[in-house]
Design a protein around this ligand. Structure first.
Ligand SMILES: Nc1ncnc2c1ncn2[C@@H]1O[C@H](COP(=O)(O)OP(=O)(O)OP(=O)(O)O)[C@@H](O)[C@H]1O
Length: 478
């Protein structure tokens, strides 16, 4: 028994061939009746224990039925029926008067249980086999078992025990097929918040981020550590910190501009006050940022050589500040004389990877590395947008504390931007359709699970209005 290899999954339910049992020992005639009684008692105890275990496991059914049974036996059936009608009435009143709390405390629980046995279990074994997550061992077939199903109003969360040898990535790969089978909008696999060896499949049934969002109101004070830039799936404002820089990637048309404008809009109060200075770089010729140029202290779109010079000037500021702060201050506090400097760069790879002139490319890379490593503590922050994540960017990735992946073409690109195993942890940027610009996954340093968020859309008119209301007299456009 102890030496046998056992697979901790559900074994195949197919009927086993009947076994012919050969008597092991002979019971003498005089012992036959007591033996039968002993056997009967043993069986009764066994089934009582099994029934208790089942009753404990399915307490959400056994407790109400047990209570009604108790009332029937002790007080008679009309008392039990009366209690059932009274409790049902109270539940209806609760549902009618306060649906939110009814759902949270009771409704979602029973809905999840219902779905566990009526929706997920019946199709589980064939589905799991077809997506390649079942296994065969020693002539038997095993399936990962469903441990629990929960519901949170938008998604079903199915927790399963992985079979030995499986990796969460195997489940992440199968997730789109599972979504299709269970008619969900999407499915992601994550190991966050579950015991080792388990995986949670989130079947998204309602997309709270489906509609385009209007720009958020501009806060009067720009707190670079808590910029409200997007909405999360729970309808809460999602905040990111600029300190530690922001890396943002998305294929063309994925809404990168709306991310940059959401951050700049959240900073606009500080720009107007002179506490934030924006130095924008647009290697694509100035198209992307032009409408908001009045918000910028400097606007560079003139070719790699000029941009290399401008970056070197900024690196000088970083070094001067670092020299002055050494031993005096650990963090930068923005003042009008020494404002926070924000450097949005559209198509970061155009500056760091695609520049044809080797010398200029080297200058840019050196300067960039200097700004990224030292800028954080001295109030100089980079927002780097990227269309095509490639290997060259990997060396920079860890210098960005906030990483955002909008729609990307391939799974490998998601891990490249958000970090290894991001897909396994639930980031599914490669599955965001073209029809959902502005939706992405955000990974913050120190957080285990990426968040799915939507950024508000800033039309050209919104950007013009933002620049008109918060631009400075020193704006690059004046
Ligand atoms: N947050 C958003 N919400 C809804 N729609 C959006 C959002 N952002 C962008 N869009 C729509 O998607 C289109 C493309 O967006 P955008 O130009 O920002 O993408 P991009 O990633 O910057 O593209 P490119 O790499 O080509 O510059 C926009 O014209 C707009 O119609």
């Amino acid at each position: 028994m102890f030496g046998k290899n056992r697979v901790p999954g559900d074994a195949h339910d197919a009927p086993k061939p009947s076994r012919v049992r050969v008597p092991i020992f002979h019971v003498p005639n005089w012992l036959y009746v007591p033996w039968l009684v002993l056997k009967g008692v043993g069986r009764a105890v066994y089934w009582a224990v099994v029934a208790l275990i089942f009753a404990a496991k399915f307490y959400w059914v056994s407790v109400p039925i047990g209570l009604l049974g108790y009332l029937t036996v002790v007080y008679g059936w009309h008392w039990a029926a009366g209690a059932a009608v009274f409790i049902t009435g109270m539940l209806l009143v609760w549902w009618w008067q306060h649906r939110a709390s009814f759902r949270r405390w009771l409704g979602w629980f029973y809905l999840a249980k219902w779905r566990q046995y009526v929706k997920y279990r019946p199709l589980w074994q064939p589905t799991i086999t077809n997506v390649g997550l079942a296994t065969s061992f020693d002539g038997d077939r095993f399936y990962p078992s469903i441990v629990n199903v929960r519901h949170d109003g938008r998604s079903d969360l199915v927790t399963a025990r992985m079979l030995p040898g499986q990796h969460p990535q195997d489940w992440a790969k199968a997730a789109p097929r599972l979504a299709h089978t269970y008619k969900a909008l999407s499915c992601s696999a994550s190991t966050h918040d579950v015991k080792p060896g388990r995986v949670t499949l989130r079947f998204r049934l309602v997309d709270t981020l489906a509609t385009t969002m209007r720009p958020f109101p501009v806060p009067a004070v720009a707190d670079v550590r808590r910029l409200g830039v997007a909405m999360d799936e729970d309808g809460r404002i999602y905040r990111v910190s600029l300190t530690g820089h922001v890396l943002l990637a998305g294929r063309t048309g994925s809404g990168k501009a709306s991310v940059v404008w959401s951050i700049l809009a959240a900073l606009a109060g500080g720009i107007a006050d002179g506490l934030v200075q924006v130095h924008a770089f647009d290697p694509k010729g100035g198209m992307e940022f032009a409408y908001g140029k009045d918000l910028f202290h400097a606007f560079h779109y003139d070719g790699p050589d000029t941009m290399a010079g401008a970056l070197e000037d900024l690196a000088k500021v970083v070094n001067q500040r670092a020299d002055r702060y050494r031993g005096v201050a650990r963090d930068h506090v923005a003042t009008i004389a020494e404002p926070t400097i924000v450097i949005p760069i559209d198509e970061f790879a155009s500056l760091t990877a695609y520049v044809a002139d080797k010398k200029i490319k080297e200058r840019i890379n050196q300067t960039m590395a200097e700004i990224l490593t030292k800028g954080r503590a001295v109030g100089v922050h980079v927002i780097a947008a990227l269309q095509d994540p490639r290997k060259e960017i990997l060396s920079y990735r860890n210098l960005f504390a906030t990483r955002i992946a909008l729609a990307l073409n391939e799974e490998s690109e998601v891990d490249m931007i958000l970090g290894d195993n991001a897909v396994a942890r639930g980031a599914a940027s490669h599955l965001i359709p073209d029809t959902m610009p502005g939706i992405g996954y955000v990974m913050l340093d120190g957080r285990a699970r990426p968040a799915r968020v939507r950024f508000p859309y800033h039309s050209d008119n919104d950007i013009r209005a933002l620049a008109a209301a918060h631009g400075t007299a020193l704006g690059a456009g004046r």
